[in-house]
Design a binder for this molecule. Sequence first.
Ligand code: DGL
Length: 277
Amino acid sequence: MKGVVINMINTAPIGVFDSGVGGLTVVKEIMNQIPGESIIYFGDTARLPYGSKSRETVTRYTRQIVRFLISKDVKAIVVACNTASAFALETVKGEVDIPMIGVVKPGAKVAAETTKNGRIGVIGTEGTIQSGIYSEILSKTNPKVEVFGKACPLFVPLVEEGLIDDPVTREMARRYIGVLLDKQIDTLVLGCTHYPLIRNTIRQVVGDNINLVNPAYETAKSLAEVLERYGLNNDLRPKNNHRFYVSDGADKFKKFANTILPCEVMETKDINIEELG
Ligand code: DGL
């Protein structure tokens, strides 16, 4: 096991990855909160969804992507995917010598701290919900909470198809989230990085009285703290030199990314991630 041994320059980029476009919700927050940093993003669009895959498979994918990002000299890695954070983060972070953070802890922490009635709903992929990671971290942070999880497997394909504001997505949201509303939750964690992209649809279903937690915001905050702690922040404010890679469908990804991010995505490259071992 390696652990963190920092030997990086501050101008090095941050590596961020997800199975597809979901991680861009985290990239957007990083760009807003720490605009001095440049980003190398990888979306594993050829192998999506991760949510229905086993721990072993998601860990293997995570290792390959981490290796790819390290080959691009990143100074830190953000696992912008709840499923990979649940299944692979703890194992893989011990194998690398740069800081690596996920999205589950930051989001769970804020939900546990802000709930008023202690009844928290979590929506996520099958993998994330079955892993029990949210319940574990939420109850560690606040032993009084009751956690109700619900897997929403159709949300990711709907988002990847661009059905953001669509009657089909709305109907699925009603079916998935209805069971949580029956539990009188006051807080709902969007436990998949794709879900903030359908936040308006989710808001229509839950009404105004439920606090929606988007872990992307807290993750960017945690990243800023980690960079500060290791003296790795970049104050040089480089111009848009972010780079985007996917394992399939670069053009489609680029179009989508340009509807989400605050800066223009100039170029997205296809790479064969399997080739990297
Ligand atoms: N966006 C991812 C997550 O947060 C993965 C979704 C998927 O590929 O199933 O879990």
